[in-house]
Ligand binder design. Structure first.
Ligand SMILES: Nc1ncnc2c1ncn2[C@@H]1O[C@H](COP(=O)(O)OP(=O)(O)OP(=O)(O)O)[C@@H](O)[C@H]1O
Ligand SMILES: [Mg+2]
Length: 262
């Protein structure tokens, strides 16, 4: 029971932007996809979710996703895109209930409120989504994703949260809150794959990391094996140093200068 891909190739426009990528993530863990802008993180995520046509194969809980129907996929995994523009004036609770319609949890009338509370938006049910701040909108979308696969374990095995930059526009308190939430989901048996830019949050919140660079996997494995001076230098091309906290050896990353003007 895992999320696994082999030989993923994606063409967008005239160019191939994902070059024979292998990927694997296990339930019970948080797997971070990291890497510079344009390295293929979103493309990899969208290939894993089945949203983009691709060469290569993806298996979700041992089942080839090419053979899964839309409703079967919706019951197994929920997807938070990098951005989710909404053209119509939905209330927050209506946005969250969109997730309930596509998942297995449609019957529970209390779920939307519980999910909003989990993302610190209790009481926001009847506000218009468009009138929320950027970070509040992102948390409301996360609540929508959560209700779709609310229970981390289902009859067909672990369920999966596939999140493209879930903490991108959140303040530090809410960043930690969301990481705590997804860690708890994994601890209860679910799988979590999250695209992340913040390497320090990745160090404390993820178990495994996949470093993307130029449409390929540069390194993958336990976080301390991926967040190294050598890997970061090659991926980002800027002066970063990986440190270990004296108290507990926790890994953290600091730039050691601003580098040169490009
Ligand atoms: N529709 C498209 N047509 C052509 N090229 C595209 C298209 N969408 C994305 N690309 C290119 O594919 C590459 C990977 O894009 P992707 O969105 O996966 O990057 P990313 O790692 O998620 O970056 P970011 O950190 O900025 O979100 C980039 O070079 C991008 O310019
Ligand atoms: Mg992206």
């Amino acid at each position: 029971m895992s999320l696994r891909a082999e030989g993923l190739r994606v063409r967008l426009g005239a160019a191939e932007v994902l070059h024979a990528v292998d990927f694997s993530a296990d339930p019970g863990e948080v797997t971070a996809i990291v890497g510079p802008n344009g390295s293929g993180k979103t493309t990899l995520m969208r290939a894993l979710t089945g949203e983009l046509p691709h060469d290569g194969r993806v298996w979700l809980n041992g089942r080839d996703t090419a053979a899964l129907r839309g409703w079967e996929m919706a019951a197994l995994r929920a997807v938070l895109p990098q951005s989710t523009p909404l053209a119509f004036p939905f209330s927050v609770v209506e946005v969250v209930r969109m997730g309930q319609m596509s998942g297995l949890s449609a019957a529970d009338p209390t779920l939307a409120a519980r999910a909003l509370s989990a993302v610190d938006l209790a009481g926001y049910e009847n506000r218009f989504f468009q009138e929320l701040s950027g970070g509040e909108q992102q948390r409301a979308q996360l609540a929508r994703v959560l209700v779709q696969v609310w229970e981390p374990l289902g009859p067909d095995g672990p369920r999966w949260l596939l999140l493209d930059e879930p903490v991108a526009s959140l303040d530090i308190g809410h960043q930690l809150g969301v990481m705590a939430l997804v860690r708890d989901y994994a601890r209860r048996g679910g799988g979590v794959v999250a695209v992340m830019h913040d390497l320090n949050l990745t160090a404390i919140g993820a178990d495994k990391a996949v470093m993307m660079a130029q449409g390929q996997v540069l390194a993958a494995g336990p976080v301390p094996e991926v967040l190294t001076d050598a890997v970061l230098g090659e991926a980002y091309g800027c002066p970063l140093r990986v440190n270990a906290a004296p108290a507990d050896g926790a890994v953290f990353v600091l730039p050691h200068s601003v580098g040169k003007v490009a």
